[in-house]
Design a protein. Structure first.
Length: 343
């Protein structure tokens, strides 16, 4: 079977969730996750025996925290070594600091510091996006890992060679779906100064919230054009954040299911904090995948988890290709609660 670029990128995006609940040191966690990556590269059908890990995984945890808050890795195509994929992990579901700092700091915006935006645009990104990008730019794999001690930019410059040619696709799901096109834009903006102009930069992003304001979205669309592919499930709550109008749709997204009182209160807070910020999705006109409502998947939060996690492999015809039970406990939890309804 032949797989599309989107399907392959979804595979690498979901692979990044390996080991999110590990509690060891960064080095030990990276070693375990690398073993898992290599097993997946040998057995998962969309990528079987076609790619190799060449950088990472690089992980980061805030000092004093229990779980990794950030992970990124890079693979290279074996048959065509000029092709690279950089995959960024989404939110770690068991890390509270990851949710608070990487996801929900949307009240304030930071100016986009790269490139030369037109004078009529003031591109800005959320504090969460800004912090997440800075962490990714500084990540270095531990000793013994592929690409050890090099940042991703140092690695790319050492790999691309004298002519600087290469095809680099950045991908991610959820938080990674916001950070991957943001990283792609950064790489695009530093071409000619920090990265070769001959490198071809593209991104395929899944299930991401907004990264910045409408000027940022317009600037990103101008710079990346058709090299940016944003994929969203129409029934996934995450891509509705942080645009104020789309956030308001979440109350009735799964009608007649309604958010619980704590969730409703949280939605009101999100709406309040997004007001006046003019958050906008990149590629906002790109139609979403038409989600399939799970009639008996209740309550609201279970439906939301299903749509965000399992919805994408299902809608993209990959439910048999990505073994979610090996990656995340959430689908397993849903199945235990709902039995055959979600199988």
């Amino acid at each position: 079977m032949s797989y599309t670029k989107q399907q392959i990128m979804l595979t690498f995006s979901y692979m990044s969730y390996f080991g999110f609940a590990l509690e060891g040191t960064d080095k030990k966690n990276a070693e375990i996750i690398l073993t898992k990556f290599n097993e997946a590269l040998r057995s998962w059908k969309p990528i079987k025996n076609q790619w190799e890990v060449v950088w990472g995984p690089a992980v980061f945890a805030l000092p004093g925290t229990k779980f990794d808050d950030s992970l990124m890795y890079a693979v290279r195509n074996i048959e065509d070594p000029s092709k690279y994929v950089i995959a960024i992990r989404g939110t770690n579901p068991v890390s509270i600091p990851n949710w608070v700092i990487w996801d929900f700091q949307a009240k304030n915006l930071k100016d986009w510091p790269f490139g030369n935006p037109p004078q009529h645009l003031v591109p800005q990104i959320s504090e969460s996006t800004n912090f997440g990008l800075m962490i990714l730019q500084a990540l270095r794999p531990e000793s013994g890992m592929p690409g050890a001690k090099k940042t991703i930019l140092e690695f790319l410059n050492s790999e691309l060679g004298a002519d600087g040619k290469g095809d680099i696709c950045i991908t991610g799901h959820s938080l990674g779906g916001a950070l991957s096109p943001t990283m792609a834009l950064w790489l695009k903006d530093i071409q000619g100064t920090g990265l070769s102009e001959n490198a071809n930069i593209s991104t395929v992003a899944f299930a991401g919230p907004t990264a910045g304001n409408e000027d940022f979205a317009e600037y990103s669309d101008q710079r990346l054009g058709d090299q940016c592919d944003r994929i969203a499930n129409s029934l996934d709550i995450v891509p509705h954040a942080w645009n104020t109008k789309t956030l308001k749709k979440l109350y009735c997204l799964y009608f007649p299911l309604v958010p619980s009182l704590p969730l409703a209160v949280f939605l009101r807070r999100m709406i309040r904090e997004s007001k006046g910020k003019k958050y906008m999705q990149i590629n906002a006109s790109e139609p979403p995948l038409e989600g399939k409502y799970k009639i008996l998947a209740v309550p609201y939060i279970i439906q939301a988890i299903y749509q965000h996690v399992q919805g994408y492999p299902e809608l993209m015809g990959m439910e048999d290709d990505i073994p979610l039970e090996d990656l995340l406990p959430l689908p397993r939890m849903i199945r235990e609660i709902l039995g055959p309804i979600v199988n």
